[in-house]
Design a protein. Sequence first.
Length: 356
Amino acid sequence: RPHRTELYEDPPSACWPIVYSPDYNITFVGLEKLHPFDAGKWGKVINFLKEEKLIADDLIVQAREATDEDLLVVHTRRYLNKLKWSFVVATITEIPPVAFLPNFVVQRKVLKPLRTQTGGTIMAGKLAVDRGWAINVGGGFHHCSSDKGGGFCAYADITLAIKFLFERVQGVSKATIIDLDAHQGNGHERDFMDDHRVYIMDAYNRYIYPGDGFAKRAIKRKVELEWGTEDTEYLQKVHTHVEGALNELKPDIIVYNAGTDILDGDPLGGLAISPQGIVKRDEVVFKAARSRRIPILMVTSGGYQKRTARIIADSILNLHNLGLIDKELAASGAGNPRVEQMIRDAAKGLTNLSLQ
């Protein structure tokens, strides 16, 4: 029997399936400035969406921190114990001075934000199935597997969200991961290496971190990109392979890792996609999912420039303007095959009653 978790309690139906908490943001004594990551980008995305009047605080789903019990659905106890050593966390987050901080500070200031984002991804998985789509404004820690972190990823939120759905939500037995961060998603690849329920498409710069040859064996659709790949070629490849992946296997959920580190000028990604190209890419993925009525969960993953928060917000606004995400649609469950089936069953039940 699955353990009891607060992450699967239903939020108010008036809320958008957009998950966030102010606890996502990593801010302390300037240490976050030592990593190219914009450690406050998640809050900035939300502020842009509020300025555009798309959302308000009481209309977003408040993320909750994943507990140890939640994390143990995927992680080994041994791995979680390792995070009690500051030097291990320093290595994973690539912020060396973290090694010299007392671990209680590291837990509160670094790991708690990452655990809250992880809780957000797990919550968004259920929301996506219930409402047809969901966006966690954080998460996407695709370099972390059950027993190893790295590349700023301390918890395997993508693996967790999928395993939670498989264990707890009836009718979810197949998942497709579409990983479009600039880096290979070796964490979820290692976790689902021999799991035929999970189909992985991964498009990444072939020359950069992590270059995990073993993990590549788990990728069903591998799109290896050259340095400096630009919009036209990139979007054509994304379109072809997303369509191909979803035609090959129709999953019950899509987890879309929407990293913005493909942006031209990103110090770590090495690709050259414009802001408009990123907005278009997200549109391509959502169109493919929505037209097939497959629930989609989006996480924001990597993106290491100050302008990425604005681009993520612009992309969400674009999805809304095109009717690909919609609160009314979401709340009514339209486009969600499970809800529609329930409605059909109920209608059939009523017809049968009137015939008797």
